[in-house]
Design a protein around this ligand. Structure first.
Ligand code: SAM
Length: 335
C-alpha cells in the first residue's frame, strides 16, 4: 500500500479541502464584520480541478478527505462534488465541516451521495448569543440541521465549540451536558490567534486544561480511547450517551502526530495551518501539466512540512504575528 511519509516519520494521509472562501455567517472571531473580499470565481478551483488533485493525492496514499470552507454548503452543486469524490478509489473517510445553517436542506442528499459524517461548528446554544457571535445567524435553523444530519445517518455528529473567555465560557457546561442524553461528540477547540487580530487576545484564550477543569466540575471524566482520534483527546461522563473531546493546538501542540495537508479554495497546498508557506497548484492545473507534475508538487509540500509550529502563549512575537496583515483568515484557508 502506498504511504506518504514526511521527514519526521509522520504518515500524511489526510487532506482538508476548502471549496470556497465565502460564508453565509460572519463569526466575530473568524471574519471582519464587512466580511472578506471574496476571490473572483476564476481564482477558485473548479470541481474538476479539486477532483483531479484528490485523485492524484489518493494514488499517493491520502485516505481521508474533509470538505470545508468558508461555508462549503454555500457552493453550488456541492452534492455533485461529494458524489464524485466518493467514487475515487481508496478513500476511507469523507467528511465535511459546516456551520449547519444549510444542513436541513442538504443532509439527506449528502448522505446519499456518500458523505460519511459532518462536523458542525456551534459556539453558543442561546439564540441571542448565537446571533451575536455569528453576526445574524439563527440557531433554530442549525438545530434543525443537526437533527437532519442525524436522521440522514451522518454519524457520529461532532459539534465543535471555541470557548472564548468573557464571551461564551459560561456555556462550556451546557455543551458538555448535551453529551449526557445525546450520542454526540462535543469538542472544545482552543481559540487560535488567527486573522482577526482585534478579536484574539491572550486574555480571551482558554487552555484545554482550564476548559477541562470546568467540565470536570460537573462530574468525573472517564478517558475514552479511539483507534483514530486525530488531535482530539476524548472523555465521557459515566453513563453518558456521547463523548467530550478537547483539541489543544496552542497548549499541547499535536504537530508530532500531524497527518494533514490543506488545499485552499484558490488552489494552494498548505502543509501547516500556522505557516504561510504554500505551494500553488493552479499554474500546473491550468497550464496543461500532467498528473506527474501535480504529484511532484504534492510531494514537495510534504517535504517542506515543518516539524512543528511556534504559536504559543509564551511566544513574545505573537502580537506582531497577528498584526501581520498578509496572514490569511481561517475562512480562506479552511479551518
Ligand atoms: N463554515 C464552516 C464551519 O463553520 O465549520 C467551515 C469553515 S470554519 C473557518 C472551520 C472552523 O474553524 C470552525 O469550527 C471555526 O470555529 C474554526 N475557527 C475559525 N477561527 C478560529 C479561531 N481563531 N480559533 C479556533 N477555531 C477557529
Amino acid at each position: 500500500m502506498m504511504r506518504l511519509m514526511d521527514h519526521f516519520q509522520r504518515t500524511i494521509d489526510y487532506l482538508r479541502v476548502s471549496i470556497t472562501d465565502r460564508c453565509n455567517l460572519r463569526c466575530i472571531y473568524c471574519m471582519p464584520s464587512e466580511g472578506i473580499i471574496p476571490k473572483e470565481h476564476k481564482e477558485i478551483l473548479r470541481y474538476e480541478e479539486i477532483i483531479r488533485v484528490i485523485k492524484v493525492a489518493t494514488a499517493l496514499g491520502l485516505r481521508k478527505i474533509r470538505i470545508t470552507g468558508g461555508e462549503p454548503l454555500v457552493r453550488r452543486d456541492v452534492v455533485y462534488l461529494i458524489a464524485s469524490i466518493k467514487k475515487i478509489e481508496r478513500i476511507e473517510d469523507l467528511s465535511l465541516t459546516t456551520n449547519g445553517t444549510l444542513l436541513s436542506n442538504y443532509a439527506k442528499e449528502l448522505a446519499e451521495a456518500g458523505l460519511d459524517r459532518v462536523n458542525i461548528s456551534l459556539d453558543s446554544l442561546r439564540q441571542d448569543k448565537y446571533r451575536e457571535i455569528t453576526r445574524g445567524g439563527d440557531i433554530s435553523i442549525v438545530i434543525k440541521g443537526i437533527e437532519a444530519a442525524e436522521t440522514a445517518g451522518l454519524k457520529p455528529i461532532k459539534i465543535n465549540m471555541v470557548p472564548i473567555r468573557g464571551f461564551n465560557d459560561d456555556e462550556i457546561k451546557e455543551f458538555a451536558k448535551l453529551t449526557v442524553k445525546l450520542p454526540y461528540q462535543v469538542r472544545y477547540i482552543e481559540f487560535m490567534p488567527f486573522g482577526m487580530h482585534d478579536t484574539w487576545a491572550p486574555e480571551k484564550y482558554m487552555s484545554t486544561d482550564e476548559i477541562k477543569s470546568i467540565v470536570e466540575g460537573m462530574g468525573p471524566l472517564i478517558p475514552v480511547e479511539y483507534k483514530k482520534s486525530g488531535p482530539a483527546r476524548y472523555f465521557r461522563f459515566d453513563g453518558a450517551q456521547g463523548v467530550i473531546g478537547f483539541i489543544s493546538p496552542i497548549s499541547h501542540h499535536f504537530c508530532q502526530d500531524c497527518n494533514r495537508l490543506r488545499l485552499t479554495a484558490d488552489g494552494k497546498l498548505r502543509p501547516c495551518l500556522f505557516s504561510e508557506t504554500e505551494i500553488d497548484l493552479k499554474p500546473a492545473l491550468r497550464g496543461g501539466a500532467p498528473d506527474e507534475e501535480i504529484e511532484r508538487l504534492i510531494r514537495l509540500s510534504i517535504e517542506i512540512k515543518p516539524k512543528g509550529h511556534h504559536v504559543s502563549l509564551q511566544n513574545k512575537d505573537l502580537r506582531t504575528l497577528l498584526k501581520d496583515g498578509s496572514r490569511r483568515h481561517m475562512s480562506e484557508i479552511g479551518g
